[in-house]
Design a protein around this ligand. Structure first.
Ligand SMILES: C[S@@+](CC[C@H](N)C(=O)[O-])C[C@H]1O[C@@H](n2cnc3c(N)ncnc32)[C@H](O)[C@@H]1O
Length: 278
């Protein structure tokens, strides 16, 4: 059955998005249908994909290839990040993906790291549950929601396209929790939207987004966040300058030392930051 994540053509979708209650109801219906349908095998993937996997635009060969290529490229980036920090995959006893969605990255990461050494979490619990069940990894609670002592568990924590969607206070909270659960010598890799992304902000094709406003804010404050106007949750698009990102890490996770920063390294678009816990 060919239910795609985006059922409506962009123009029509944008019209619906201009009414928050209508968009919200339509989205809820779409995801309820996806939940009921669950998952299926898709040509080009060696394991099932969930109907609610919003990273898979459709099941056309082109979209499936792009979905896989993006994930494989990120796993390569993780490998290079680990190497830059003086480690290798064998030394990664336990890894955590924060914001795993429906397992796009885990599907590919399994070629480098056995599933038994991988944990995942996501605020979309259905995504984390599906990823755990389908790929044999372990689902853990959303890290900043865990109260009390958090043991230093991980050699690697990574977040792909997560801080690109959250306001500063939520990034700070998450990063502080991530840093606490990293072992000494552990590595954290995360992506941001920096100047490279801001200067091509039209790629998002968002009717509500003003590129010049983003560029001005980034130059002046090093930060811009706008909630998706059609969402009720605090989730949108975020840009952070390199200096602001470094300052935020120094503020909430001073044990983390910069290993490398590559502007626009992910898909010529997102910045990749690698830090290691001293
Ligand atoms: C753009 S998606 C990226 C999904 C996945 N990393 C990928 O690249 O395929 C961002 C994901 O981060 C999740 N997320 C946002 N804030 C989070 C948080 N504080 N903790 C865990 N997951 C979060 C969202 O629910 C969503 O699944």
């Amino acid at each position: 059955m060919g239910l795609t994540t985006k059922l409506l053509p962009t123009n029509l979708l944008n019209m619906v998005k201009r009414s928050r209650p209508i968009y919200s109801a339509a989205r809820r219906m779409r995801f309820t249908a996806g939940t009921a349908l669950g998952s299926r095998f898709v040509a080009g993937l060696d394991s099932r994909a969930h109907y609610n996997d919003f990273m898979l635009n459709s099941t056309t060969l082109t979209d499936v290839e792009s979905y896989r290529r993006g994930a494989q490229a990120f796993v390569d980036i993780l490998g290079n990040s680990i190497k830059a920090a003086g480690r290798n995959w064998d030394s990664i006893g336990r890894a955590l993906e924060v914001g795993c969605g429906y397992g796009r990255i885990i599907r590919e990461l399994r070629s480098q790291l056995p599933s038994g050494r991988i944990d995942v979490c996501d605020v979309i619990d259905e995504g984390a549950r599906f990823t755990a069940a389908e790929f044999g990894v372990r689902r853990v609670p959303v890290i900043e929601q865990v109260s009390g002592h958090q043991p230093e568990t991980y050699d690697l924590i990574y977040l792909l396209s997560v801080y690109t969607h959250l306001p500063l206070s939520m990034i700070e909270e998450n990063l502080a929790a991530a840093a606490r659960t990293l072992k000494t010598g552990g590595i954290i890799v995360f992506t941001t939207h920096g100047f490279v992304s801001a200067s091509t902000a039209e790629r998002y094709n968002q009717y509500w987004l003003d590129k010049q406003t983003v560029l001005n804010a980034l130059s002046q404050d090093g930060y811009y966040y706008e909630r998706y106007p059609y969402y009720y949750d605090e989730y949108g698009l975020t840009w952070l300058s390199t200096d602001q990102t470094k300052a935020l890490v120094a503020r909430v996770a001073p044990d983390l030392k910069l290993v490398r920063h590559d502007a626009g390294h992910l898909d010529g678009h997102q910045d990749v930051f690698v830090f290691q816990k001293a």
